[in-house]
Design a protein around this ligand. Structure first.
Ligand SMILES: [Zn+2]
Length: 604
């Protein structure tokens, strides 16, 4: 891990004047960029912990980050983005492995929601890629470049309520991912036979690292074509369904894939290699779901064994979360040279056909060795992340906390409720409490990696509060139904769970998502009198918790920040413990500080 390098915390507001150029001025021509790249380099050096998660970004700087104007352009719904709504991306990209270059265009169809400020439209494409031209209604348009954002000056009338299209032609050598999936870009790999294997992964960094779009998570197109041209020795597997395969005269072949659902842009992927292909059908809640598997050709037999886990995974997750969200786009599992990523309807798989996480159990309970981490975790994102998508990177817990909790639920489906709970509790030793899970808004910032294991444990804790598995399942399914194919805020998710549980959980979310403090139950046993209160909590925190109220039996108490007391029937003080499925600490205030935790029952 790199150490913190910055101390300021101010989030720069988006100021149109600061975006370069006067209100009416035309910026530099597209081929004459004079600006230096923005300070996106802070995303480049991310440390890997001893145990790493797929798609887990561990920011190189601590909570005191400095955000730049470029971060605001990337991470907020700027005025030049907010007036239009992406309806369709028609993406065509030719991939040239011999010189690691790409060329193509994206024709964007969009709805006009309101008048365009200064007749400008923001399109994002990251350097060093080069925009060749931007065309609307047959006319080439000018644009001013501000880092990785292009502000296109529109000529044609943009009538509110109508749809228009604009095409962005581009080429160049896109950023190469060095440590995919933790950084982003193109991966120009070779398989073990030395053959080309070219894929993309770009969560966090953004889809604009390889194709032009509105690189803002709050706006997904309703559908998308992904036409990828590769050398004809390669098979490309992208998202959705394959509509056509067209050989070209230059020894290349174009694979036209089509996604008929909203898709978050970072999920759009190239996977081109020497794949075998086999299929299956899952009889699910919404009928027949096609399963398409694309292992490397020499892994076909191994894959046919390992990928059998897909069917029980789908059964378990449909039970807990509701129907798989993309029946018409199918489910695919595609082998990749990187560990994995939740690419929508085309999950990237690189877990070496091993159970656990690259062959070991993140929970250290042994429970995680019974299933393949990448199949389970990444597929859970089809519900948590792809069906329900964060509007802002700051709310990435909506993806990762639920996907991590889903690992425990899958363990429960396979091995029983107690085993599932053990798995999630086992992940507590990976919690750092280094900074809050929710990061700064509007700057494409990610919060603590605790969004995984701590977030999963927060959900396990809330399940205890709900104290009714049918109701809890109803909440998880209800979230997926209510926010079906939508982008959401944390507040929407919090409010839904509070309503569904019949409890105001606002302080619980504040505590776990917005602070690094573990609630501590302070208690003292004097004879058969138990006194207790919460400390280390946000003001007003009053979460009920289960403790031993008589030897071997748990009952609810409702602590606040003030001392309360009750009669209990405990033989010895050592008989007191807090139900370990709550992620809290406990401290006997009558004991010396070093020896004050309720043995074996504290948060791990
Ligand atoms: Zn994940």
């Amino acid at each position: 891990m790199e150490t913190a390098t910055a101390t300021a915390t101010a989030t720069e507001e988006y100021r149109p004047e600061a975006a370069g150029g006067s209100a009416r001025g035309h910026g530099p021509s597209l081929r004459n960029h004079s600006r230096k790249p923005p300070a996106a380099s802070r995303r480049v050096a991310r440390g890997l912990p001893p145990v790493v998660l797929c798609c887990l970004f561990l920011p190189a700087v601590a909570s005191t980050q400095t955000f730049t104007h470029a971060d605001t352009l990337r991470g907020s719904n700027t005025p030049q983005r907010a007036w239009w709504d992406a309806a369709f991306y028609d993406l065509h990209v030719k991939v040239n492995p011999t010189d690691s270059s790409i060329a193509g265009y994206n024709a964007i169809t969009y709805r006009i929601l309101k008048p365009a400020p200064r007749r400008e439209m923001q399109i994002d494409l990251q350097m060093p890629l080069v925009v060749d031209s931007i065309v609307q209604d047959g006319l080439e348009l000018s644009a001013r470049r501000d880092g990785n954002a292009f502000f296109v000056t529109l000529i044609a009338p943009q009538r509110v309520g109508t749809k228009k299209s604009i095409a962005i032609y581009y080429h160049g050598k896109p950023t190469t991912a060095v440590r995919a999936p933790w950084d982003g870009g193109f991966v120009w790999a070779r398989d073990s036979l030395g053959r080309r294997w070219v894929v993309t992964a770009n969560e966090g960094l953004g889809a604009s690292v390889w194709w032009p779009n509105k690189d803002y998570l709050g706006d997904e197109p309703d559908s998308q074509r992904i036409a990828i041209t590769v050398p004809d020795s390669l098979l490309d597997v992208s998202n959705g369904r394959l509509r056509s395969t067209t050989p070209n005269s230059d020894g290349s072949v174009t694979y036209e894939w089509f996604v008929t659902n909203p898709i978050n842009n970072y999920d759009v992927a190239v996977n081109s290699g020497h794949y075998a292909h086999y299929t299956d059908v899952f009889e699910g809640e919404n009928g027949k779901l096609t399963l398409d598997f694309y292992p490397l050709d020499y892994h076909l037999d191994t894959a046919k064994r390992q990928f059998q886990q897909v069917t029980p995974m789908l059964q378990c997750f449909e039970t807990w979360f509701g129907p798989y969200p993309w029946y018409n786009d199918g489910y695919k599992l595609v082998e990749t040279p990187h560990l994995g990523m939740e690419h929508q309807s085309a999950v990237a798989y690189g877990n070496q056909y091993k159970n656990g996480y690259l062959g070991h159990d993140r929970s250290a309970t042994g429970r995680g060795m019974e299933w393949d981490f990448i199949i389970i975790h990444e597929s859970a994102h089809e519900w948590w992340g792809n069906n329900i998508t964060m509007k802002d990177q700051a709310d990435m817990w909506i993806h990762e906390s639920f996907a991590t909790y889903a690992e425990g639920l899958y363990t429960e489906c396979q091995q029983g409720k107690k085993a599932g709970q053990e798995y999630t509790i086992g992940q507590r030793k990976l919690i750092r409490n280094d900074k809050p899970i929710i990061a700064a808004y509007g700057v494409n910032a990610e919060g603590s990696g605790d969004m995984y294991d701590k977030g999963g444990n927060m959900l396990l804790t809330i399940r205890q509060l709900v104290d009714d598995d049918a109701r809890w399942r109803g909440i998880l399914r209800g979230l997926n139904k209510t926010f079906w194919h939508q982008t959401v805020t944390t507040k929407q998710v919090e409010d839904y769970i509070s309503r569904g549980s019949g409890m105001n959980l606002g302080k619980v979310f504040d505590q776990y998502l917005r602070t690094t403090k573990i609630p501590t139950l302070e208690y003292k046993l004097q004879g058969q009198k138990l006194s207790y209160r919460w400390s280390n909590v946000v003001p007003g925190f009053a979460m009920p918790v289960k403790v031993t109220t008589s030897t071997g039996r748990y009952g609810w108490i409702r602590p606040t920040e003030s001392w309360k007391s009750m009669a209990v029937k405990l033989g010895r003080p050592e008989d007191f413990s807090v139900d370990e499925s709550f992620y809290v600490n406990a401290r006997d205030v009558l004991k010396p500080a070093a020896d004050s935790t309720a043995t074996g029952r504290t948060a791990r």
